[in-house]
Design a protein around this ligand. Structure first.
Ligand SMILES: CC(C)(COP(=O)(O)OP(=O)(O)OC[C@H]1O[C@@H](n2cnc3c(N)ncnc32)[C@H](O)[C@@H]1OP(=O)(O)O)[C@@H](O)C(=O)NCCC(=O)NCCS
Length: 213
């Protein structure tokens, strides 16, 4: 069942100042299962995930990374990151720690097109362990994924969607230069999660903002 893990050689890896974005390792599963069982992490989703569902999703993400070379990369710390432990005491997460995922994923068909009718095939997405929130890590990894999507894959556009009330995720979208495209009702999500927002960026917009590089 875990045969596909630990195949980094088949995955295009990204490196940022503080993150290595790589393929999924069997060793990530313990923390990944714990993250998805955490109600705070799953606050904007209809439910937490069982251990089986978490393992199945990690296998799916790894299979996608291996087959296409990009996807939802497992994010690993390159340097120690401060956090508050269960009793609020300052502690350090060591280098090498798995902290969640950041990357590019096919956008579900129920998400609307751009206002001019252009279809969006891929979305940027992120989910990190709560210990590392609000230190800019999602933004750092999302910028790398965005640059990979536009610069290497030459994608024409990228979307990102979330429930309208997910302010922290919307803030990441803002910070990486995406613009609010539309608000929409997600037909597949249960009541309380249906009100969603779609943010977008085109490669042309990205090229304009990256002219100085
Ligand atoms: C969304 C998520 C990945 C962001 O990760 P992160 O590493 O904390 O993100 P960053 O630190 O790069 O940016 C977070 C921003 O949101 C802001 N923020 C945090 N909580 C907020 C709130 N309740 N209201 C408004 N802004 C908030 C932070 O201040 C920060 O903005 P700033 O840099 O301008 O101060 C993380 O919160 C997470 O994993 N959440 C659970 C899973 C999830 O919702 N995923 C997205 C589903 S679409």
């Amino acid at each position: 069942m875990t045969a596909d893990f630990d195949r980094d050689e088949d995955v295009f890896m990204l490196e940022t100042e503080r993150l290595l974005m790589r393929g999924w390792h069997e060793d990530d599963l313990h923390d990944w299962i714990e993250m998805n069982a955490d109600e705070e992490v799953r606050h904007y989703f209809p439910s937490t995930l069982t251990a089986e569902e978490s393992v199945e999703s990690a296998l799916r993400f790894q299979a996608e990374l291996v087959s296409t070379g990009f996807g939802l990369w497992a994010a690993e710390l390159k340097e120690a990151i401060p956090y508050a432990d269960d009793r609020g005491k300052p502690a350090l997460l060591p280098p090498g720690s798995f902290i969640g995922f950041i990357g590019i994923h096919p956008l579900p068909p129920e998400v609307p097109s751009m206002a001019d009718g252009t279809q969006i095939r891929y979305e940027l997405g992120w989910r990190l362990a709560k210990e590392v929130w609000n230190q800019g890590l999602a933004t750092e990894g999302a910028r790398a994924a965005r640059d990979y999507g536009f610069g290497i894959e030459r994608l024409p556009n990228l979307g990102s969607y979330t429930t309208a009330t997910n302010a922290q995720s919307r803030r990441v979208m803002d910070k990486i230069g995406m613009k609010l495209e539309t608000e929409f009702t997600h037909p597949e999500l249960p009541d309380g999660y249906k009100d969603c927002v779609l943010y977008t960026m085109t490669r042309h917009q990205w090229e304009l903002t990256n002219q100085g590089i």
